[in-house]
Ligand binder design. Sequence first.
Ligand code: HEM
Length: 125
Amino acid sequence: MYAFLVHLHPAASLLSLAATLAWGWAAMSHSAGAGMTGRRKGLYVAAMATTGFAGLTGLAITVAGPWSQMVFPYVGLAAVAGHGMAGKAVKGALMRGGRGITAFGVSLQAVILLAAAGIMATKPF
Ligand code: HEM
């Protein structure tokens, strides 16, 4: 089970990054105008759900493996929370028509996931 989960977790994190980039692209696309269109709604849910799944598989290997005394798995929790808060802010901004927060928020989401993946892969602490 552990061997399976330890492969599932980075795969889930890649899916989460792909879904977040697609959501960011849809949120930023000018041609779609303002508001949460159907495509944006779907990609928002996909980005949130896949990131939540990456977090769950991460927690599972933390408990099942030798990682619980290390700090980096808990960075993952902060990453999932930060990604979620930034995503909610973008959704709110889209509904109000604010482009500045949209651009900042989707960039933050991508940076958070890339930073988390970098820390997880290199395990500096
Ligand atoms: C609650 C959240 C999370 C926890 C507890 C967690 C925990 C862990 C643990 C314990 C490992 C070490 C597994 C190993 O190297 O054998 C790991 C690896 C990894 N994690 Fe996370 N993680 C979380 C969230 C995330 C997120 C949000 C991302 C990125 C989007 C991510 C990306 C990765 C990657 C790329 C690896 C490297 C896998 C490898 O080197 O084979 N994790 N994580």
